[in-house]
Design a protein around this ligand. Structure first.
Ligand SMILES: Cc1ncc(COP(=O)(O)O)c(C=O)c1O
Length: 436
């Protein structure tokens, strides 16, 4: 292992924040040409979502014509506030992709989770002769579909947000839903799911244990379908469709991306599915003009360790004595997805890790400056643009706000208070975060 890599490993294992730059990154074109999924798969996934739009519009009237999409907004006030508060110079424009406010399930996981539920619903309806590709899919709201789906079960493991998306959409269609929830899952997420009629199975262990339990249970049950956060290509493609919409949003906002105006995207990373699907899509569209950075908590730096050791999903953070305990519940993952981590080693531009305090600090600043509500996992994307190397005034930075709108008001107030305490009480300690 090279000296710099060893230094990063040493810090990671000691739960110190790091910025790792992927010097082994390959050209997007070459990597994508060798990958088992291609751009056509993204287009097919988008077509499927379009077919379902008439149904989604009926089930969830708050969506835009049945398309589940979030706004893109420029966050100049936040940029100014962080610059002034910490003297950090950030070059370029700063945007927020507001999946925190994605309709239906309020997080990035809805892109994949809902997509996979729709795939399953379509597959069953085709199989039973209830539907064809040319049908008006709004008929799925009819009772005979509900009756059909009630004979089938969806099983998923989650630290919260994937469970919410599969549970909300699955129950809306009439499926039975079992959500295996890791110890990190917040009570309000469990309550919300139970209110929708999902069955919750609680674990004392972390996400990897919940996935193993859910996989085992679904194998033993007739008519059960397992949404596999560690391995699902459907989830991956569901996430990737976001880039087609993002491309249009950038164009509508007259934001040019080319060789002179690179796009830097910051993606909170848990098991890796959502940041992986987005990186895959982004590199297809913007090629090497986009740089994709992942962010993990110091306590759950599984993607970093998987790539640095070259052992991917064979390693769990606990193998290094790391506890996998973080307030960023969506990122509390000790073992990365196998197929995503293998792809990320060649495609991703770097990985940042932070202590939980920094998530709360950024959650607070975003709330105060822009009035924008995010949860701690989503706030992970907000600090890297101020620390990343190699940007200039023409760089376009995009923080992916991955969740938050469903957080109950009282709980969000506590999160803000914790962020305020960090801002008022502690030194900003990123002197140390620049080593390679
Ligand atoms: C809010 C939020 N952000 C980011 C992620 C990370 O997504 P993934 O686990 O697909 O890497 C999650 C996962 O649940 C999440 O809930």
């Amino acid at each position: 292992m090279k000296k710099e890599k060893k230094g990063i490993m040493h810090k990671a294992v000691n739960k110190e924040p790091v910025i790792w730059e992927n010097t082994a990154k390959k050209s997007a074109g070459n990597v994508l040409a060798d990958f088992e999924l291609g751009f056509n798969d993204i287009l097919e996934a988008e077509k499927r979502l379009q077919r379902f739009a008439p149904l989604i519009e009926k089930l969830f009237p708050k969506t835009d014509d049945g398309i589940i999409e979030s706004p893109l907004k420029e966050i100049s006030v936040f940029k100014r506030e962080v610059k002034e508060h910490y003297g950090l110079k950030m070059k370029g424009r700063l945007f927020l992709k507001c999946d925190s406010h994605l309709p239906v399930a309020g997080s990035i996981k809805a892109r994949g989770g809902i997509y996979e539920v729709l795939c399953r619903a379509e597959e069953l309806a085709f199989k039973h002769g209830f539907l064809s590709k040319g049908s008006d899919y709004s008929i799925i709201k009819k009772k005979r579909f509900q009756d059909l789906y009630s004979d089938y079960k969806l099983v998923v493991a989650s630290s919260g947000n994937l469970g919410l998306s599969v549970g909300i959409m699955g129950r809306a269609l009439g499926f039975a839903v079992d959500v295996h929830m890791s110890r990190d899952a917040k009570q309000w997420k469990k309550d919300l799911l139970q209110n929708r009629g999902a069955n919750i199975i609680e674990y004392k262990g972390d996400f990897s244990e919940a996935v193993t339990g859910a996989r085992r249970q679904s194998r033993n049950q007739l008519n059960a379908y397992f949404v596999d956060d560690e391995q699902s290509e459907k989830l991956f493609l569901g996430y990737s469709t976001a880039v087609l919409r993002l491309q249009k949003q950038l164009e509508r906002n007259r934001v040019l991306i080319d060789q002179d105006h690179p796009l830097c995207v910051y993606l909170p990373c848990g098991v890796g599915g959502s940041p992986g699907g987005l990186t895959f899509g982004l590199k297809h569209i913007f090629k090497d003009q986009v740089r994709c950075y992942l962010i993990e908590p110091v306590s759950s730096c599984s993607m970093l360790l998987g790539i640095l050791t070259g052992r991917y999903s064979e390693v769990h953070v606990s193998d290094f004595g790391i506890d996998n305990i973080t307030e960023a519940d969506g990122l509390a993952v000790g073992r990365p997805s196998r197929f995503v981590s293998r792809l990320m080693k060649d495609l991703v531009d770097g990985i940042f890790t932070f202590r939980d305090e920094e998530f709360f600090r950024m959650l607070y600043h975003l709330g105060e400056s822009e009035g924008h509500k995010v949860e701690p996992s989503a706030a992970a994307s907000l600090l890297p643009p101020f620390l990343v190397r190699g940007s200039n005034e023409k760089t376009v930075h995009l923080c992916w706000a991955t969740g938050g709108s469903l957080v109950p008001g009282e709980i969000y107030k506590k999160m803000l208070a914790r962020g305020r305490a960090v801002v008022e009480g502690q030194e900003f300690d990123f002197k140390d975060n620049t080593s390679y």
